[in-house]
Design a protein. Structure first.
Ligand SMILES: [Zn+2]
Lengths: 266, 318
């Protein structure tokens, strides 16, 4: 997948799509989008929140909620050890960071998924943080934006991860009943249980260009049907064409688009 | 395409074969009777021994047993007046998912469930119990009838998972599942879910947002198949046995984790050994669980359903 590989002193960066060597600053100054081919580099949850909120200012919520290891899950390595490493690296955020701030002066709660934390996978902590985000939106009549970036449910928490799909979706049913806007933003990649729950349940579903979006992963499909997949299959533009998205919006225009939509719905 | 008998069940299958042989020989008399009694005793003892310590992987194989009763069989034994409904009114009629109107103890209800096939032709027609989006959309359409006409919903889960194919993705497999989750959350009628065989991930959960979730003793319910998990985490499908162990997919594990409400005991040797007895157990469980739900007001029902799923998960908050 597209990964930012910075050269000496982090001065240069190579675009994985057009292979052009670019000034790092040229990319960061363009919302982390390649100025040549408009490849969207994957960004962290924190950066996402900074980019969406006015003046990059927001208040974080539910930062103390962490995954535990309820199953005592061990594959090549114990899950508890994986968690230690990731918690250190991401300051205990797990795979979602929740912030409240203003988007073009509209008070909004944004939950941005962190792909760096175990592939953005959703376990109990992610589910709980999203459920509490919904509670907060219901309490204060706030709109909700979830920026998905995830491979799906976290296998290491087994069935508990699967149930987070239901947990978040039943919460979203309450937001619908109260007519509070929920906008789902789908970024590369959004697959599995995350797509099969909240990511597809937005009042509006908005994707970044070229994002991989689907239920089953491309490899699983290829193994099942034993043929190679068509070009552009499961990309944002493909989903737009098939009626699953309201729009595909380049990152530099995302904030203004969200603000306009929220003001039209509120 | 008949699946081979898993090795640990071979001793049982051999004795069943012998009983069948004696019975179909048609000879009667005290000698045959005596034979049957002793072989049946041998069968009981062998089942007891084999089933006294099933590993999660073995449970999984019982849940997938080629003779395991499927949804339609339960529907026909548990309900009367079953009237099957077809189609999602959008695209097609998916045969991997069945549903319709019926009566339970004389009262009108709505039934939905995954449906697997028994022989090769039916397996293909039922797509091995793996619905496409139109299947989930058919299910929600039928459940919407239940909500409108205030009928309880009985949902049977038995699927390896939602079908992973190009067409399924094109027509929005993820959206179809997600929509079922949010819609089931708000139905103002009692919903009873019974996991009868395989509860395969999102494709199972799409029929699983209920007020009471019951599970057959040897059924499994998992975020991913043991094979799929092994392929990803162990990079080796052959490690499915380890994955089955690690994932906690059995009924007792799920009860401990607070995911299911009740375990329904199976006949000795599994549901397929006595489908009639199994159906009776399920019917009794539906009766028992429906009673208190009937008394609840629609708002209270929806509220409690929300709280039930809201409480699921294990995390720290310090
Ligand atoms: Zn480029």
């Amino acid at each position: 997948m597209a990964k930012e590989t910075t050269g000496p002193q982090g001065l240069w960066i190579k675009c994985p799509d057009c292979r052009e060597i670019l000034y790092h600053r040229e990319v960061t100054g363009n919302s982390h989008v390649c100025p040549r081919c408009s490849h969207h580099f994957r960004i962290s949850a924190d950066l996402r929140l900074q980019m969406l909120f006015d003046n990059g200012r927001y208040k974080k919520f539910f930062g103390k909620i962490r995954s535990s290891d309820p199953l005592g899950f061990v594959d090549s390595k114990p899950y508890s050890e994986r968690l230690k490493v990731y918690n250190k690296k991401f300051n205990g955020s797990d795979a979602v960071v929740v912030g409240q701030g203003e988007i073009c002066k509209i008070p909004t709660l944004v939950a941005a998924m962190e792909f760096g934390f175990m592939g953005g996978s959703m376990g109990s902590a992610v589910g709980e943080k999203l459920a509490r985000s919904i509670d907060r939106c219901l309490d204060r009549r706030l709109p909700l934006v979830i920026v998905s970036c995830s491979g799906g449910a976290r296998m290491q928490e087994g069935i508990l991860s699967l149930m987070q799909l239901a947990k978040v979706s039943t919460g979203l049913a309450r937001m619908r009943a109260k007519a509070l806007p929920f906008i789902s933003v789908l970024t590369d990649p959004t697959t599995g249980g995350v797509t099969a729950s909240y990511a597809m349940l937005g009042d509006l579903n908005i994707a970044e260009p070229g994002a991989l979006i689907g239920f089953a992963g491309p490899r699983v499909i290829e193994q099942t049907i034993r043929q190679t997949l068509p070009e552009g299959f499961q990309r944002s533009e493909f989903l737009l064409e098939h009626g699953m998205l309201d729009m595909v919006i380049p990152r530099p225009e995302l904030k203004a688009t969200l603000a306009r939509c929220l003001s039209l719905l509120r | 395409m008949a699946a081979p008998t898993p090795p640990f069940l071979e001793p049982i299958e051999k004795i069943r074969f012998r009983i069948n042989e004696i019975e179909s020989a048609g000879t009667s008399g005290p000698a045959t009777e005596e034979d049957l009694v002793s072989v049946r005793r041998e069968l009981d003892e062998t089942i007891k021994r084999v089933f006294s310590s099933l590993t999660p992987w073995q449970q999984c194989q019982v849940a997938r047993h080629p003779e395991r009763p499927y949804t339609m069989a339960y529907i026909h034994s548990i309900f009367t007046d079953f009237t099957e409904l077809h189609g999602d009114r959008r695209f097609a009629d998916d045969h991997a998912l069945v549903g319709g109107l019926a009566r339970f103890d004389g009262d009108p209800v709505v039934v939905v469930g995954h449906q697997k096939g028994r022989d090769t032709a039916e397996k293909l027609r039922r797509n091995f119990g793996m619905p496409r989006p139109e299947g989930y959309r058919k299910a929600i359409r039928i459940m919407e009838l239940a909500a409108r006409f205030r009928r309880p919903i009985i949902s049977f889960i038995d699927t390896p998972g939602a079908y992973p194919g190009i067409d399924a993705e094109q027509r929005g497999q993820a959206e179809a599942i997600a929509n079922n989750l949010i819609e089931m959350a708000g139905f103002p009628v009692p919903i009873i879910v019974i996991v009868t065989g395989e509860g395969g991930s999102g494709g199972a959960l799409a029929l699983g947002v209920g007020d009471r979730v019951l599970m057959l003793e040897h059924a499994i319910y998992s975020v991913i198949s043991p094979e799929g998990c092994a392929a990803i985490l162990w990079k080796d499908q052959a490690r499915a046995e380890d994955a089955a162990q690690a994932l906690r997919i059995t009924a007792p594990d799920l009860k401990k984790l607070g995911i299911i409400d009740e375990i329904l005991p199976e006949p000795a040797g599994g549901a397929h050994m006595n489908p009639g007895e199994m159906a009776d157990t399920i019917a009794a469980a539906i009766r028992r669980n429906l009673k208190p739900l009937h008394k609840a007001k629609p708002d209270a029902l929806v509220n409690r359903r929300f709280k039930k799923f809201r409480a699921m998960g294990v995390f720290t908050d310090r």
